[in-house]
Design a protein around this ligand. Structure first.
Ligand SMILES: Nc1nc2c(c(=O)[nH]1)N[C@H]1C(S)=C(S)[C@@H](COP(=O)(O)O)O[C@H]1N2
Ligand SMILES: [Mo]
Length: 227
């Protein structure tokens, strides 16, 4: 199968992220997703309630901006668009034209994306991976899955979604790498200013160290295959 430019397939699906060696955040007893921003009133969505919304399944590859791709992952959950049209749009402040969305994880991680980039049919709030509930490595209890955008948009351990009418000011945990605002994998939008293919070798050199630091034993600890 064809991969986006500059990506290389990896065996399995490594745990990877700015959490480095920290264990995944504990999952609360009754987890919720808080929804806020340009709404008439904030509300919370119990994660358990996702089971009652129209469900959706996709098979997709997952592309980290550093250059590895995990292939053939089967995700299940609720389409982001279903959530947006059904639960968010009716509660927006009158006249609010949403342009940006912020996704926040229980570990404090945040990603920002254009609304239009997450309203496509392949974007999910996922609670299952390959037929099993999401585990801690990959974002329990729920995560964003946006396969056409680099991994850093795909916030794990999702606990808050914010809707904005202008680019929000968010401290970017990848700031030294100046992440691209759209992060579309087929356009190779890795870096905010530099062409994707120019930054490839630098990003690639980070895979080994980050992967070793992010592993927590088990399959994620398999020996390196990168250079
Ligand atoms: N909450 C949270 N989500 C996160 C990250 C993180 O550190 N914390 N890292 C991002 C990055 S850079 C990547 S590549 C993917 C990795 O997902 P995985 O650990 O399931 O492979 O998660 C993204 N989502
Ligand atoms: Mo990443």
């Amino acid at each position: 199968m064809k991969l986006p430019p500059g990506q290389r397939a990896v065996d399995g699906f490594p745990r990877f992220g700015t959490h480095l060696h920290h264990p995944p955040p504990p999952v609360p007893d009754d987890p919720v997703i808080a929804v806020g921003g340009a709404l008439a009133e904030e509300f919370t969505l119990p994660v358990a309630g996702l089971a009652d919304l129209p469900r959706c399944e996709i098979e997709a590859d997952f592309h980290c901006v550093a250059g590895w791709s995990a292939t053939g992952l089967r995700w299940a959950g609720v389409a982001f668009e279903t959530l947006y049209r059904g639960r968010v749009e009716p509660r927006l402040r009158p006249g609010a034209a949403i342009s940006h969305v912020v996704f926040e994880g229980l570990d404090g991680y945040r990603s920002v994306t254009l609304l239009e980039d997450v309203l496509t049919a392949d974007v999910l709030i996922a609670d299952r991976l390959d037929g099993r509930p999401l585990d801690g490595d990959h974002g329990a209890p729920v995560r964003l899955v946006s396969p056409a955008q680099y991994g850093f948009v795909n916030t794990k351990h999702l606990c808050r979604i914010e809707f904005h009418t202008a680019p929000p000011r968010v401290t970017d945990r990848w700031s030294p790498l100046a992440a691209h605002r759209r992060a579309r994998v087929w356009e190779e939008e890795r870096h905010l200013y530099l062409p994707g293919r120019i930054v490839r070798p630098v990003y690639r050199s980070l895979i080994g160290p980050i992967r070793r630091l992010s592993a927590r034993g088990g399959s994620a600890n398999r020996p390196e295959r990168y250079s």
